[in-house]
Design a protein around this ligand. Structure first.
Ligand SMILES: Cc1cc2nc3c(=O)[nH]c(=O)nc-3n(C[C@H](O)[C@H](O)[C@H](O)COP(=O)(O)OP(=O)(O)OC[C@H]3O[C@@H](n4cnc5c(N)ncnc54)[C@H](O)[C@@H]3O)c2cc1C
Ligand SMILES: NC(=O)c1ccc[n+]([C@@H]2O[C@H](COP(=O)([O-])OP(=O)(O)OC[C@H]3O[C@@H](n4cnc5c(N)ncnc54)[C@H](O)[C@@H]3O)[C@@H](O)[C@H]2O)c1
Length: 442
């Protein structure tokens, strides 16, 4: 019998399995696909490799007539080959790390037989504790012609960039894919059901991002309900209510992600779940004692992103090695949409702060007239900081700029450590630098 068995090998699993194995526990990981899960193979790592030239091209674009007189073109097949070179070996590397930590690898699809037993093919394995880390998969619109559409996994291995790409949805995946495809030379459309792209982000900054994307030629179609996809000779046609139709070469269904809960035989064990995932308590334990869940498959309001999955994995390590009995206590979680420019955020949003002016104060730093941003001719950027009035501590930050990720990551430390505005103003930063630039304005 294993001490701990993980169902899935993504970030929410291997970041716990490796240290638990090293701590001397008998650990197994069941995986039916590539080791490392979505982030490593068909999510974050793959996407950021394809995004790097986008960032560089946009910076060079900004400096046209200011030191550069041409904009380099992205060679998509070369970039895709580079992505394979960077990404394809990662799964084997994670597998090796598990094996080196003494973790047993079990390949195949795992399902519950009972609260301590998992069936993988012909094999039956038992464990004192089972952790469900089965992640999420792309949501698929149930409409005629759905099989003609692609998802983010398909896009991240696409060998040639189609001339015309259309994305349905305006969340993280749609906006990031649009940013990459547009920079790589495709004509790009985004078709939204509603009126609020990236609804978890500060909307004034999202609007600035959309204006920027529009100026690059990306078209947004609001309030459209797609009802069918039809093949029209060599092209595809999206059809919607009220006579909407749009032709394209490649359509990505980016309408969200759904938790992998159906094929685990949860009903046999009586594990509670909702359409958002497995329901857990504040110790990440399900309603069935000894069965836990981490990562994207958990029903939670927090961002379903890799750092959250890793934090949960690390919490389980502490819990299972008796280093803690306390409930999980999440710090502020930083997140970004990797468009170009980016929008990134952590902590209390400016929207919440504006709704509670007696509790929060706001500082806005616009980059339009900031000399340091003018160095790379970046005039379209802004940072909003939220302070708690009572304690004077930094409790939230949101930025729209090319460097938003570094800014928000840098400010995250201060939020977690409870640094006050007065303490921030004491810091002596390297000059010239982004930090120096915004700290001078607070
Ligand atoms: C296109 C894209 C881009 C992303 N970019 C970012 C980013 O830039 N930054 C970020 O922080 N997050 C990003 N994410 C989110 C990130 O990928 C997830 O938060 C992360 O992968 C969650 O890890 P996990 O371990 O919970 O699940 P997953 O990575 O989904 O792993 C689950 C694993 O379980 C396996 N599995 C499922 N059921 C079974 C079963 N019954 N038996 C055996 N194995 C099973 C699956 O094969 C899979 O390997 C992105 C996601 C996508 C789709
Ligand atoms: N940079 C990152 O950290 C990053 C990048 C990609 C994905 N992710 C993770 O993956 C998750 C999924 O991303 P996503 O973009 O697939 O989902 P999402 O929830 O961010 O966006 C889904 C979009 O589809 C729309 N939509 C939903 N149902 C629809 C329908 N029936 N018809 C038309 N439109 C519909 C929504 O309005 C929304 O615009 C994110 O929430 C995030 O947790 C993170």
């Amino acid at each position: 019998m294993y001490d701990v068995l993980f169902l899935g090998s993504g970030q929410g699993a291997w970041n716990a399995a490796v240290p638990l194995g090293k701590a001397g526990l008998k650990v197994a990981v069941v995986e039916e696909d590539r080791f490392g899960g979505v982030c490593t193979n068909r999510g974050c790592n793959a996407k950021i490799t394809l995004d790097k030239p986008v960032e560089l091209v946009h910076t060079i674009e900004q400096l046209q007539g200011r030191g550069f007189d041409t904009v380099p073109k992205i060679n998509w097949p070369d970039l895709m080959a580079h992505k394979h070179e960077v990404i394809d070996g990662l799964a084997a590397g994670i597998q090796q790390r598990l094996v080196a930590a003494g973790v047993e690898i079990i390949e195949g699809h795992g399902t519950f037989k009972d609260a301590r037993t998992i069936q993988v093919g012909e094999r039956t394995v038992t464990a004192k504790k089972i952790v469900i880390v089965s992640g999420q998969r792309p949501h698929q619109l149930k409409i005629p012609g759905q099989e003609l559409m692609h998802n983010s996994t398909d896009f991240l291995v696409i060998p040639e960039m189609p001339a015309h790409i259309t994305l349905i949805g305006a969340g993280y995946v749609a906006m990031e894919t649009a940013s990459i495809a547009n920079a790589a030379g495709a004509k790009v459309d985004i078709v939204l059901r509603g009126h609020q792209p990236l609804r978890e982000f500060y909307q004034p900054y999202v609007q600035r991002l959309i204006n920027n994307m529009r100026n690059r030629g990306i078209k947004f179609y609001y309030d459209e309900t797609i009802t069918a996809v039809v093949k029209k000779e060599s092209r595809l046609e999206l059809q919607g209510t009220a006579g909407f139709s749009l032709q394209s070469d490649y359509i990505v269904d980016a309408t969200g992600r759904v938790p992998n809960v159906e094929k685990l035989n949860l009903a046999a064990v009586g594990i509670n779940y909702s359409e958002n995932g497995i329901i857990v308590n504040d110790h990440l334990e399900t309603n069935v004692a000894g069965v836990y869940a981490t990562g994207d498959v958990v029903d939670k309001k927090l961002a379903k992103i890799t750092p959250t999955a890793i934090f949960e994995a690390q919490y389980l390590v502490a819990l299972f090695t008796q280093k803690t009995e306390a409930a999980i206590n999440y710090p502020p979680i930083a997140t970004t949409v990797f468009t170009s420019p980016r929008v990134a955020r952590a902590g209390i949003s400016p929207t919440t702060a504006k709704q509670q002016p007696e509790t929060y104060s706001i500082e806005v730093v616009d980059y339009e007239n900031d000399w340091f941003h003018q160095v790379q001719n970046e005039t379209d950027g802004s940072l909003t900081l939220v302070f708690d009035r009572k304690t004077d501590r930094l409790v939230g930050a949101t930025e729209y700029s090319n460097e938003a990720v570094d800014t928000i990551n840098g400010l995250l430390d201060y939020m977690e450590l409870g640094v006050t505005k007065a303490q921030l103003q004491r810091l002596i930063y390297i000059f010239p630098s982004t930090q120096h630039s915004y700290m001078r304005k607070i």
